[in-house]
Design a protein around this ligand. Structure first.
Ligand code: B16
Ligand code: MG
Length: 214
């Protein structure tokens, strides 16, 4: 009997190469506010939701804004981001992403998405992988964002899998904490010295094979 019933995927950094698009949009907003973001700041924003990211950027610049002003700024950044992802095509998938989804499905496991991004549904359509995903956890429908376990637990619930029989795949520190605190097995995509709580780490999505975990 296989160890898992479902694989829960993060999107940005696991299936889609969108981290740099998010960061370019934040940098543009930052420049408009007089806040310069060094390239290394990108890592801090991975997996962090929109408002959480804005708070980190404003704190970095020592800038304060009211809740209403922050909503307007977050919407402006999202406008930059959505304009850019409208140009995405299946060629922009991370190498191996489609193959991994197909292999997981061929192994008889459910596929769910646990992305912090509220833009996930249109992005999946642009990338041509929406038909390969059984369920999308809605980040607006859970109480707490990553690193809380809520989004991964919701993804598991949507495909009828118990947490112990779920494998979560993530590229961010926040996301790996979510998976582990949800009681699931965590595969990190990236650097094992960064993703220290992951049970396994592979350098890129291309090196992930579900057969190694069954
Ligand atoms: P949105 P993931 C995350 O996606 C990104 O890593 C993070 O940089 C972004 O702020 C967050 O989604 C929210 O995205 O503004 O589109 O709702 O890695 O959880 O798939
Ligand atoms: Mg990610």
């Amino acid at each position: 009997m296989p160890r898992f019933d479902a694989v829960l995927f993060d999107l940005d950094g696991v299936l889609a190469d969108t981290a740099h698009i998010h960061f370019a949009a934040w940098r543009r907003l930052g420049e408009e506010l007089g806040i310069h973001l060094e390239p290394a700041f990108e890592e801090k924003l991975k997996g962090v939701d929109r408002m959480g990211s804005l708070d980190l950027i404003l704190a970095q610049g020592g800038v304060q804004r009211t809740a209403e002003e922050k909503r307007v700024l977050a919407d402006r950044k999202n406008g930059y981001y959505t304009a850019a992802i409208a140009e995405q095509t299946p060629d922009d998938l991370l190498p191996g992403a489609r193959r991994v989804l197909e292999e997981v499905r061929a192994a008889g496991l459910k596929v769910a998405l646990a992305s912090a991004s509220r833009n996930a549904p249109p992005l999946l359509r642009q990338l041509g992988i929406a038909p390969l995903i059984d369920a999308i956890a809605d980040p607006a429908a859970v109480k707490a964002p990553k690193p809380a376990p809520d989004l991964f637990l919701e993804a598991a619930r949507l495909v009828g899998a118990v947490p112990e029989r779920c494998l979560g795949i993530e590229d961010s520190v926040a996301g790996i904490i979510s998976i582990k605190d949800a009681g699931m097995v965590a595969v990190g995509i990236g650097d094992p010295t960064v993703l220290t709580r992951a049970d396994y780490v592979v350098p890129t999505t291309e090196q992930f094979h579900i057969g190694d975990f069954l």
